[in-house]
Ligand binder design. Structure first.
Ligand code: 4PW
Length: 392
């Protein structure tokens, strides 16, 4: 039997790391999941005409442009997928929502609380769907952790420990990128990867951070201009031609949650040997969960009643009964980073069709932005306890 679904025409803005992985997600989602609408890659928007044309050619985008306004103004585009640096998120998202488009926006939502609040407000008043790309929510092991916590298996949460450790900037001669420019990225390790930890922690715990005490450091204050682009960092053009680093290399903070939990967070892109260690551990009075993205197909689970004599159990989150996993490979074969984005595309399409709630909303992402701002404010004032501003 052949079924037909209505097309959902996508315009993707951005041709970097995230542009590539979102492209893959849009193509893969309908091939592995039954979707209520059929996502169709329609228009690619980049900054440079030559690079955009070759990306479109290689990745199979039928049309391309160097003007995001074209995507927003066209009647035959349904979704604006924003994969640009943070300095452009607010302008594009606000225009897209005003034009009646659904919006998927990369994280962090914006470069300031004011922008994030404006975006959350526009999303709250729009009839279309707006979702922020905190993609780690779509890791099967973390989605399972969410289910266990919601089922009460952890009990009353006391401790939240989250670290996001990378090392791609450890070498002082690793080249400069937009991620090191405050005007474009908003902040450094804090907003780029610490934002994921904040979102995951608040989402899993079901509590919001209401005060923080923070320290931040920039260990390397200038870096060589980037030559050839490769992966996150790229290759230096000339090691003596250096640009200033205007963001943090590392941030550490303690946090108070409004539901009573105590949080300890660390985000760095200079932790030698740690490639993409996005870790979280949550302990309550009935049990605990622990996760490390470097072993993304596993979740450690502790049940205080059943496991007291043995400590944590390691669960392989690769079985058909686990979140998202049933759509993929048989027994125990595991998934990778790109699958998060496919799951994100699936959930976004399902939210558009009204099958599931949007998660995370722009309001959720604006709360993350308020925590980021409080962390920076606390660090500026010798780690003074700083309340997170309430939502307006
Ligand atoms: O969102 C994050 C980034 O900006 C990621 O998941 C990893 O760290 C990959 O790039 C950076």
């Amino acid at each position: 039997m052949t079924t037909t679904t209505s097309p959902l025409r996508i315009a993707l803005i951005g041709t970097g790391f995230m542009g590539r992985i979102h492209t893959q997600a849009w193509r893969t989602a309908p091939r592995f999941f039954d979707l209520p609408l059929d996502p169709v890659p329609a228009l690619l928007v980049g900054r440079r005409a030559d690079a955009t044309a070759s990306f479109a050619d290689r990745q199979g985008w039928p049309e391309h442009s160097v003007d995001w306004r074209e995507a927003v103004e066209r009647d035959d585009i349904d979704v604006i997928d924003i994969c640009t640096p943070g300095d452009t998120h607010a302008e594009i998202a606000l225009a897209a929502l005003a034009a009646g488009k659904h919006v998927l926006c990369e994280k962090p939502l914006a470069n300031s609380v004011a922008e994030a609040e404006a975006m959350a407000d526009a999303a709250a008043h729009a009839s279309d769907i707006a979702m922020c790309g905190f993609s780690y929510r779509r890791t099967p092991a973390l989605a399972l952790a969410k289910e266990l916590i919601a089922d009460g298996r952890v009990g009353e949460i006391r401790h939240v420990r989250a670290q996001y450790l990378q090392d791609w900037l450890s070498d002082p001669d690793a080249p400069h990128t937009w991620r090191l420019d405050r005007d474009r990225a908003g902040s450094g390790a804090l907003g780029d990867i610490g934002a994921h930890s904040i979102d995951t922690a608040q989402w899993l715990a079901g509590q919001s951070i209401d005060a923080v005490s923070a320290v931040m450091r920039t260990f390397v204050t200038s870096r060589p201009r980037r030559g050839e682009v490769e992966g996150l960092g790229g290759v230096a053009a000339d090691p003596t031609d250096r640009l200033p680093v205007t963001v943090d290399d590392a941030a550490a903070f303690t946090a108070r949650f409004d539901g009573g939990a105590l949080g300890v967070f660390e985000a760095t892109r200079m932790s030698t040997g740690r490639r993409n260690a996005n870790r979280i551990e949550i302990a309550g009075d009935r049990g605990a969960i622990a996760f490390d993205f470097e072993r993304m197909n596993e979740l450690e689970v502790y049940d205080a009643a059943a496991d007291a004599a043995q400590g944590f159990r390691r669960v392989q989150v690769t079985e058909a009964r686990h979140p998202y996993a049933g759509a993929w490979w048989p027994v125990g074969h595991g998934l990778g980073y790109e699958h998060l984005f496919t799951h994100q595309a699936v959930d976004f399409v399902r939210a558009i069709a009204g099958e599931i709630p949007v998660s995370p909303t722009f309001a959720d992402a604006a709360q993350v932005q308020r925590v980021l701002a409080a962390v920076e404010q606390s660090a500026e004032h010798d780690s003074i306890l700083t309340p997170v501003a309430p939502a307006i």
